[in-house]
Ligand binder design. Structure first.
Ligand code: CA
Length: 226
């Protein structure tokens, strides 16, 4: 599950990002409305959290633009100004819920979960061949076999399932799942790929996760050519 946070206050953005990442979400942060708009247009977010007071383009303007561009992600407004007017405006423009600052992280999390449950389009099950992943339960399924995943295994498999038949380099995977630039000294990506393989891809004749030598991995149907 991927969430966009549009918030210019670094401290608040960090607090939200850290908490959501601990819950296993992939989080992107935009520091102003224009950047938020760019990211929202180019990625498929399961939820967008928008602060009202933003530089370059304020939150209300941003919501208006997102709706005009038919971006279906549910939107949660954050507002420091506990004024009825702002909230009503935001909801009128198409936002789905709001939260007044300061808020407890648990409350943010509860709102985000609720929005994604009744989300505009989801959360859809991700599927490739007989492998599927249910974002609402975070369980993977291969054939009839249901498997529990750790947070990082989940994030890794989600990334693969969102990019079938596309070669993903170790650097891309590292950045997306761990938010770290790739360190050739470590083999954390390979270690987690092996965890995933042992859980959902352990039949060599029906392999879906393939190694691309010297590059990374690809989720695809064909047999690996050595
Ligand atoms: Ca702000």
């Amino acid at each position: 599950m991927r969430i966009l946070v549009v918030e210019d206050e670094k401290k608040v953005a960090r607090f939200i990002r850290k908490g959501l990442e601990q819950e296993g979400y992939i989080v992107d942060v935009a520091e102003d409305g224009i950047r938020g708009e760019e990211l929202a247009e180019n990625h498929d977010y399961d939820c967008i959290i928008v602060d009202i007071m933003l530089p370059r383009k304020d939150g209300l303007e941003l919501i208006k633009t997102l709706k005009e561009k038919h971006i279906p992600s549910p939107i949660l407004i954050l507002t420091a100004r506990d004024t009825v007017e702002d909230r009503v405006k935001g909801l009128d423009l198409g936002a789905d819920d709001y939260l007044v600052k300061p808020f407890a992280f648990e409350e943010l999390l509860a709102r985000v979960r609720a929005l994604m449950r009744r989300g505009k389009y989801g959360p859809p099950e991700l599927k490739f061949e007989d492998l599927s992943l249910d974002p609402s339960t975070r369980k993977a399924k291969r054939g009839d076999k249901e498997v529990e995943l750790t947070l990082k295994e989940y994030a890794l498999l989600e990334y693969l399932l969102r990019n079938p038949n596309r070669v993903l380099s170790r650097a891309m995977i590292s950045e997306h799942v761990w938010h770290q630039s790739f360190d050739t000294e470590t083999n954390v990506v390979d270690v987690y790929i092996n965890h995933l393989r042992s859980k959902i891809d352990n039949d060599p004749s029906r392999r879906l996760i393939h190694t691309v030598r010297g590059v990374g991995y690809v989720l695809k149907k064909e047999e690996e050519k050595e």
